[in-house]
Design a protein around this ligand. Structure first.
Ligand code: G3P
Ligand code: CA
Length: 296
């Protein structure tokens, strides 16, 4: 079973540029993706959200205020959201058309050197990656979008069909990720997808999936488990037990400068690759992945 799994990697673990080279350039912008490709990352990772007019865009948060100047350009277009005792203002992507979202500056929040970077559509990410890298898109909150009348899985599949990427015959190879199990099921059943899939898990909500029975169920629909690295730290047998079920293991997120110096981050990646024996990892620093020495 392991041999037929395209994500099981014993010799060449996957260096996946998490939101692009997002330790150095504003996440999910062309600058971050291009930098990752220049650093030699074989995969770039676009998170996907949706606009009001149903276009898939590369954006991590469902809202725009952290990584753009939306609050300045559209000061009245927020929703008030209760966060514990506090009501906060949030600007949801699904309240804006693509034309409006294209007016936003997605670079200045990190550095004025990136002023004018734009939010990209999935189409634009595919064009940028063409001939240079493969892509690992993550379908974010498909259930929330469905509640807004927006079918993320269907929109995603239509984009792939338009680019003739559904069978891996043209353009970048596509590996699909989601925290939403039912969406991965739907891609296989409704759209007959044979693309590799990664099921993401985190925190306490991961527990039901991490028993041998849970992993066997994951293996019915995914080629890899994508756990928070904390879950492997808590139970390093997770990797071998996943491998036994035929699943690759690709943890997230290996990042500086928030939690590590470069040297500490390289050591952390070395532990993941050589001691835990994962099949790849998501990193904000795809350049440092290349500095991990060979496993002895
Ligand atoms: O997709 C893997 C990892 O990126 C999941 O966490 O929140 O960074 O999308 P997040
Ligand atoms: Ca992600």
């Amino acid at each position: 079973q392991a041999q037929s799994n395209p994500l099981r990697q014993t010799d060449t673990p996957l260096n996946i540029a998490h939101r692009g080279a997002s330790a150095y350039a504003p996440e999910h912008t062309a600058a971050a993706y291009r930098m990752a490709i220049e650093m030699g990352a074989p995969f770039i990772e676009p998170d996907l959200q949706m606009t009001r007019d149903g276009v898939l865009i590369a954006l991590h948060d469902p809202t725009l205020e952290r990584t753009t100047n939306v609050a300045t350009l559209f000061p009245q277009r927020y929703r008030r959201v209760q966060r514990g005792a506090k009501a906060v203002r949030q600007w949801f992507a699904y309240d804006f058309s693509l034309a409006e979202i294209k007016q936003l500056d997605a670079g200045s929040w990190l550095s004025e050197a990136y002023a004018g970077e734009r939010i990209l559509t999935l189409d634009e990410v595919i064009a940028l990656a063409q001939g240079k890298a493969d892509i690992m898109p993550e379908l974010k909150y498909p259930d929330r979008y469905l509640a807004q009348g927006l079918d993320m899985a269907q929109a995603f599949w239509h984009v792939l069909e338009r680019h003739r990427l559904t069978r891996g015959e043209h353009g970048p190879q596509v590996v699909v990720q989601s925290f939403h199990f039912d969406t991965l099921v739907r891609l296989r059943q409704q759209f007959q997808s044979s693309l590799p899939q990664v099921f993401l898990v985190y925190g306490d909500s991961a527990a039901p999936w991490l028993s041998d029975e849970g992993l066997a169920r994951v293996a019915t629909i995914a080629d890899a488990l994508g756990p928070s690295k904390l879950l492997i730290e808590a139970d390093p047998t997770l990797v071998s037990r996943s491998h036994q079920q035929g699943l690759a293991v690709i943890p997230y997120t290996f990042a500086s400068p928030h939690r590590a110096t470069d040297a500490a981050l390289i050591r952390e990646m070395q532990t993941a690759l050589c001691l835990w024996q994962v099949d790849g990892l998501f990193t904000n620093n795809p350049d440092l992945f290349g500095q991990v020495g060979p496993c002895r």
